[in-house]
Design a protein around this ligand. Structure first.
Ligand code: MOS
Length: 743
């Protein structure tokens, strides 16, 4: 991999090293389960071995006899816990320990003991007796219930629609009608789904890796029936989340209850395989895409019908047509999404939830259309590029799609491509080049922050946002340093703690845009107090950084104080002011994408080379180029790292990753990191990331578009398109494994 941090261009921040880099490489960064505890008890989960039916008996006698066992929680002694609510996407309402079983791996008991080993041994001795029923696993399983998403999901009542797409398709000169599928995937964060709870009197502290400490705080309080003011949630570092730690899962309240009952701190570290069923996952999807175009490539119709799996009780819907329908000037648009209810745990957000499956399908179909039109796939996208949305008529706030294509194509050498499939063979290797678009809605949420400046130039920034690898510590330090004119090393950033002012869920790639907007506001309020209103909107307190100290000392002297602290609230346009009080109450409001006055998306273009062995069909990806435009880039190093990680994950989706399902029992088969395939270093060749300059003054005060979920969006289609170019075989079901090329 190419290791250099890209040089900043216009509208880009410096490639400062990560604020938390030293802490992480030295092991000093304390993850939630690392917190030292006095006299802890250990918890181990027992999960259901059937996917549907009833728990008729749970015998804990033998388990309780294991030395060191303190107690065992089951549905018989946890009735006092209220049920949580399905939060529309990052949580589940299936949180009772029985007797009804909704999915394989549902928690049915939690064993508590003096040691982890005793808890584990006893857990294996808990005997469950079931009255099982035949479960429905997935698409086409007997007994699934199919519903139109618009009737079951309040957030998806309306899906994009424009004109008479069926008629436009019927009249089109060239058409594509194809079906695609994506598999079940699990996040598999390196850090397991741990929870540690400590009570001091009636005050509860929860240490848990979380993408939303205020949501967790309020959610736990609700389940326990206590005042949220008594709950403190802490998550300073998160060892991988990708959506899986965005919502409350059933385990947290159980651990809190256990700690209360035992009057001791309790720590739970579930196993890797339990993580497949006690948290969420990316559900499998199916798509039928129809495109109609004129001979010159201009789209006239786009019809996209998607199906997604969800659990019986919770209507989790991603409906990526809400995003895909705005990507090009399609002409007439018609979309539909079905939800297939099966006996499965509730799915949830997983990196770029709506766009990963839907854009894979759309960008594959566009490549198929380019082949049929005998047109270069980049030119086909250029012909259909637009700055005004075809569905709503709204303008894009900024749109650099073709700039991304042009920069990536140049870096890749796309001009050298022979469009004929199978034409670029080198020895035993069939070489294929493909490309596709990456797109992600620009989100921003109501947010608060507190900034304190001392007369000696020390700055402290506090906001309850979340470091999930996104680099938020680093960019907040950079912003405060720049805005207050102090050296970066003078800034301390504190996040991930519900005692701090609330920030939105670290989901939807909103964190940088949201928190920077609030921190900017607080910094400007400090400047106004210190230097008078005239300087508040200006560039920096000083031109270079050298003079800041003296200027500051004088200004503080004049003001007659030694510290200034400002708390700021930021409510994005189109969001109601009560979003702030709701945020304190654990409800995160976000806006963006196609919802506001402007169409706001980050965009990119990805080019991939695949090499497929003519005989063995081994598939390699020797090089990738991605060019991305995400508004103002706060830090070119952390941004590049986000894009690089995204494209690597895209290769994973394209070629490796799938959770295999036992269709008869509705159970996951490969629920471990040995059998769940992800790329290793040897699977990834050269990766070149091009940061495309983009200025957007409409998205938010910081000019920032979220980028964390952008780069893994186009990769799977780009790989599939390259595989077609190499072999002439169009694989329409991910992942593309070599057996699919043995035809
Ligand atoms: Mo991300 S899947 O929106 O946490």
């Amino acid at each position: 991999m190419n290791a250099a941090a890209p040089e900043p261009k216009a509208n880009m921040g410096k490639p400062e090293p990560r604020y938390d880099a030293r802490l992480k490489v030295t092991g000093e960064a304390r993850y939630p389960s690392d917190v030292p505890l006095k006299n802890p008890a250990f918890a181990f989960l027992v999960t259901s071995s059937i996917a549907r039916g009833e728990l008729t008996r749970i015998d804990t006698g033998e388990a309780r006899a294991v030395p060191g066992v303190l107690d065992i929680l089951t549905h018989e002694n946890t009735a006092e816990l209220d049920s949580g609510k399905f939060g529309g996407g990052a949580s589940t309402s299936i949180d009772k320990l029985g007797p009804e079983i909704f999915h394989d791996g549902q928690i049915i008991a939690m064993v508590l003991a003096d040691t982890f080993e005793a808890a584990r041994e006893a857990a294996y001795k808990v005997k469950a007796t079931y009255a099982p029923a035949q479960p429905s696993a997935t698409f086409d399983s007997p007994g699934v219930k199919v519903e139109d998403a618009t009737t079951v999901s309040p957030q998806h009542k309306e899906l994009p629609h424009k004109g008479d797409a069926a008629a436009a398709l019927a009249g089109a000169e060239v058409t594509i009608d194809a079906e695609y599928g994506t598999p079940t995937q699990h996040h598999n964060p390196m850090e397991l789904f741990t929870t540690t709870c400590v009570w001091e009197g009636d005050k509860l502290t929860v240490y848990e890796p979380s993408q939303f400490v205020y949501g967790l705080k309020n959610g736990v309080a609700q389940r326990l029936g206590i005042d949220p003011g008594k709950v403190h949630t802490v998550s300073h570092f998160v060892g991988g989340a990708f959506g899986s730690k965005g919502g409350m899962t059933p385990r947290t309240a159980l651990v809190a209850l256990a700690a209360k009952k035992l009057n001791r701190p309790v720590k739970l570290v579930p196993t890797r395989d339990q993580g497949f069923t006690i948290a969420t996952y990316r559900a499998e999807t199916r798509h039928r895409v129809r495109l109609g175009a004129r001979r010159d490539g201009k789209f006239v119709a786009y019809i996209h019908e998607g199906s997604e799996v969800s659990s019986r009780p919770d209507p989790y819907v991603v409906a990526g047509v809400k995003e895909s329908a705005h990507l090009y000037a399609f002409g007439a648009v018609q979309t539909k999404v079905d939800i297939v209810r099966a006996d499965r745990n509730t799915p949830g957000y997983m990196r770029s939830p709506p766009v990963v499956p839907y854009i894979y399908a759309l960008e594959s179909a566009i490549d198929e259309l380019a082949v049929k039109l005998d047109m270069d796939p980049v030119e086909l996208r250029r012909v259909n590029d637009t700055t005004v949305d075809g569905v709503t008529g709204k303008p894009w706030s900024s749109r650099s799609l073709m700039a991304c294509y042009d920069e990536a194509a140049a870096a890749f050498g796309w001009k050298q491509r022979n469009p004929q499939p199978k034409s670029m063979r080198e020895g035993d290797w069939l070489v294929g080049w493909g490309c596709a678009t990456a797109v992600y809605p620009t989100h921003i949420g109501a947010v608060t922050a507190r900034v304190r400046l001392l007369s000696d130039g020390q700055v402290r920034v506090q906001t309850a946002t979340h470091e999930i690898g996104n680099g938020v510590y680093t960019v907040l330090a950079q912003l405060a340093s720049e805005r207050l004119g102090v050296p970066l090393s003078s800034v301390t950033v504190e996040v991930g703690d519900s005692d701090m002012p609330p920030a939105p869920v670290a989901g939807g790639s909103n964190s940088t845009a949201s928190t920077c907007s609030a921190v900017l506001k607080a910094c400007d309020a400090i400047r106004a107090k210190l230097f008078g209103a005239a300087t508040a909107g200006g560039p920096g307190i000083t031109e270079g950084r050298g003079g800041a100290g003296e200027q500051l000392a004088e200004a503080f002297k004049r003001a007659g104080v030694s510290a200034i602290e400002e708390y700021a609230e930021f409510v994005p346009p189109g969001v109601k002011p009560e979003a702030i009080s709701q945020l304190y109450a654990g409800k995160s409001t976000q806006t963006g994408g196609a919802e506001g006055e402007y169409i706001m998306y980050a965009l990119g273009a990805e080019f991939i080379e695949v090499r497929i062995h003519a005989l063995t069909r081994e598939i390699r990806v020797p090089r990738m180029v991605g060019a991305f435009a995400g508004g103002r880039i706060m830090n070119t190093r952390t941004a590049r790292s986000q894009y690089l990680g995204g494209m690597v994950w895209g290769v994973s989706s394209a070629l490796h990753e799938a959770t295999e399902l036992d269709r008869k029992r509705a159970r996951y088969i490969n629920d471990n990191l040995a059998d769940y395939l992800v790329p290793v270093n040897a699977d990834i060749g050269e990766v070149e990331i091009v940061l495309v300059s983009e200025q957007d003054d409409e998205v938010n005060p910081a000019g920032v578009k979220g980028i964390g979920e952008l780069a893994n969006v186009g990769t799977a289609a780009a790989v599939a398109n390259a595989v077609y170019h190499a072999t002439g075989i169009r694989v329409r079901e991910l992942p593309i494994r070599l057996e699919k090329l043995l035809v």
